[in-house]
Design a protein around this ligand. Structure first.
Ligand code: ADP
Ligand code: MG
Length: 323
């Protein structure tokens, strides 16, 4: 119960009230009723109470874990990279191994060492394919024309190999570390999103989610949450971006597989926690496909640096998801 009382200035609530008990006959009940000078304030207070009641009625949020994770493998690899080369970006091959250790859905990405090799790999991967130049020295590949999408024939693949080899003169790859021209299947029909990890000096690892692809920097539609994420945190991240409507389907475009995005965010949260050497991780884009078809990572990079210290994970209620 709330009250709204107009009184002389200086008179303040709450009001002391007395009334006959409806439960015990003859008993007098004494209560204090919050009082507000204006109805707007009373309505605001009731709104807060209603929101709090709705929040309390939600099912408890859960920390998920998965039974197909290999954190030791990813941690050993990142530590070895820091020990041998110091802070910096992982190679394409190392990046693939870290993502695989956490069951993150990277599209098959294979290194072609010649035009013949590229043509043979394209027919194994299945047309249409994408060819791109992958080297640690080239951060934004499409800026220099180093990504060729929608290649539908052997001829197109051979031509792409030649073009990318010419670009490689200015951005030399290291084939011993799995760098060079890579072939991937072309993923079409999804919405481009991005998922990342950054290391905040105060809060530790943060997980980022937003719309992705080469336009993401223009739109800046990205949200962050502190790891570890609960399933409810992951849903709030997904629903929190301005472009959420694009993920729900619009004008004949189907919606995307939100369950798969949530799972990907929760796996990323585990990676952020379990491998403290990860200073930055960008999956951009992650192609979010229609419900039941999951998502595919088509571009990934990971920066490692000497281990974070001091931030330990809180005790958690977890649920294991069988895969
Ligand atoms: P970079 O970010 O370094 O420029 P990406 O590998 O992210 O290079 O490629 C740039 C863009 O090309 C992506 O945002 C996406 O639109 C497209 N693209 C890249 N690889 C694929 C793929 N396998 N399937 C479909 N589109 C792709
Ligand atoms: Mg990219």
């Amino acid at each position: 119960m709330l009250s709204c009382v107009l009184a002389e200035s200086g008179t303040r609530g709450p009001l002391d009230v007395e009334y006959a008990s409806a439960i015990t006959p003859g008993e007098l009940v004494r209560e204090r009723v919050p009082a507000y000078g204006f109805p707007e304030n009373a309505a605001r207070a009731l709104g807060r109470i209603a929101a709090y009641a709705a929040w309390r009625q939600q099912p408890p949020a859960l920390y998920w874990t998965f039974d197909d994770l290999h954190p030791d493998e990813a941690r050993d690899l990142c530590r070895a990279a820091v020990d041998s080369r110091g802070a910096g970006w992982l190679t394409g091959e190392e990046t693939r191994r870290v993502l695989n250790a956490f069951g993150l859905p990277l599209v098959p990405t294979v290194l072609a060492r010649s035009a013949d090799d590229a043509a043979a790999l394209a027919s194994v991967v299945g047309y249409p394919v994408v060819a791109k130049l992958q080297t640690r020295t080239l951060v934004h590949k499409s800026d220099v024309g180093a990504v060729q999408v929608g290649l539908t024939s052997e001829r197109a693949v051979r031509a792409a190999f030649r073009d990318l080899t010419a670009i490689a003169v200015n951005h030399p790859p290291n084939p011993d570390e799995g760098e060079g021209v890579v072939i991937q299947p072309m993923v079409s029909g999804g919405v481009e999103t991005m998922i990342g990890i950054t290391d905040d000096p105060v809060f530790g690892p943060l997980v980022a989610f937003g719309l992705g692809g080469i336009h993401v920097e223009v739109l800046g539609d990205v949200r962050f949450r502190i790891a570890p994420l609960t399933d409810r945190d992951a849903d709030a991240l997904i629903r929190g971006i301005r472009g959420y409507k694009l993920l729900q389907g619009y004008r004949g475009h189907p919606p995307v597989d939100i369950d798969a995005l949530r799972e990907l965010l929760l796996r990323m949260s585990r990676l952020a926690e379990d491998v403290p050497e990860i200073a930055q991780l960008d999956l951009n884009p992650v192609m979010a496909l229609s419900p039941g078809n999951g998502c595919r990572i088509v571009d990934a990079r990971i920066k490692v640096s000497p281990r974070r210290s001091g931030v330990s994970a809180p005790a958690m209620a977890t649920t294991t998801v069988a895969t």
